[in-house]
Design a protein around this ligand. Structure first.
Ligand code: NDP
Length: 296
């Protein structure tokens, strides 16, 4: 079997197009422009690239983008004061604090000071609890993007066996909750899992979120399974820098029914879902119906 490639770049462009259409409608019919505030503390080069690209895409879909770049020495008090201001600003519907924060800042405290209704990253403890209890919440962007691709490919996920490799708070755990919400039978694997190959071989859906280059070989994949590779690993091969996932793409593509490549799979969906979440937050805060197909 040669796997169908799930083109995350094209899918993300489609999602951004849907968001842009809804934003245009909101402006025209309700006079509302969704706004996303992104806060960056310090000058981490990777974070700067992410923030720039988030700002650019926010504007491209017709939303307002507010960037707050703070000095690396910013005190917790000043950061919390900014978040408080954004929480109370009616023009701001989504707030994202770019992680990681410099060591002197308490990440949990900062994230939990964001108004949960504006927490477009879905990391606030209230949103984690709402998702865990199957209630309406803001859903973390990367798992939401994976869910959208899976629903698009399968239609219904009900009854499928899914394994999520990785149990982080930002990817693995929310991913498992979302799959459970769609009635999959979910296994969460991690570094202490006894027989990972056996666990993976039983799965109709494999979501790999580990951070280890190509650790899942093709012969672990059940014939016809859907493979979602969240991993982004920079490696050097043949003297060149390369991005690879957590799955060995070449061998997995020979057995899977469908697979996301790296790059061009899950990655582009993350920002598209951030925009979708901002639109959702804006609709909810204005008592308007949520955009269809863009939420969990
Ligand atoms: P974390 O490091 O927070 O979590 C990694 C998880 O993998 C842990 O739960 C760990 O288990 C598990 N793990 C480590 N080694 C093994 C092993 N040998 N076998 C089984 N499980 C193992 O990573 P993240 O969840 O933050 O990210 C995972 C990957 O996804 C990274 O490559 C990251 O760059 C990428 N990523 C991509 C995004 C995108 O937009 N595409 C967004 C976010 C992340 P344990 O808990 O036992 O230690």
């Amino acid at each position: 079997m040669v796997a169908q490639v799930i083109d995350g770049k094209a899918f993300a462009a489609k999602v951004r197009g849907q968001v842009a259409d809804q934003v245009a409608k909101l402006k025209e019919e309700n006079g509302i422009t969704p706004g996303l505030a992104v806060v960056l503390v310090g000058e981490d080069p990777a974070s700067q690239v992410y923030v720039r690209s988030k700002g650019k895409m926010t504007v491209e879909v017709g939303m307002n983008s507010y960037e707050h770049k703070l000095d690396v020495e910013t005190s917790e008090e000043d950061l919390l004061a900014l978040i408080d201001k954004l929480n109370n600003d009616p023009a701001v519907h989504g707030i994202l604090v770019q992680l990681p924060l410099p060591k002197h800042l308490n990440e949990d405290l900062v994230i939990n000071s964001i108004d949960p209704a504006k927490d477009v990253d879905g990391f606030h403890i209230s949103n984690v609890g709402l998702l865990g209890t199957g209630q309406k919440s803001m859903v973390p962007c990367t798992p939401l993007g994976c869910l959208m691709m899976l629903r698009d490919h399968h239609g219904s996920l009900s009854g499928l066996d899914a394994v999520v490799i990785g149990r982080s708070n930002i990817v693995g755990k929310p991913m498992a909750q979302l799959l459970l919400g769609d009635s999959c039978t979910v296994t969460i694997a991690h570094s202490r899992t006894k027989d990972l190959p056996d666990v993976v071989r039983r799965a109709d859906i494999v979501v790999a979120a580990v951070g280890r280059p190509e650790m899942v070989p093709g012969d672990w994949i059940k014939e016809g399974a859907t493979v979602i590779d969240v991993g982004i690993n920079r490696i050097e091969r043949d003297g060149k820098n390369k991005l690879v996932g957590d799955v060995d793409y070449a061998s997995a593509a020979e057995r899977a029914g469908a697979i996301t490549p790296v790059p061009g799979g899950v990655g582009p969906m993350t920002i598209a879902c951030l925009l979708a979440n901002t639109l959702t937050a804006c609709c909810r805060s204005n008592g308007l119906p949520e955009p269809e197909g863009l939420t969990a």
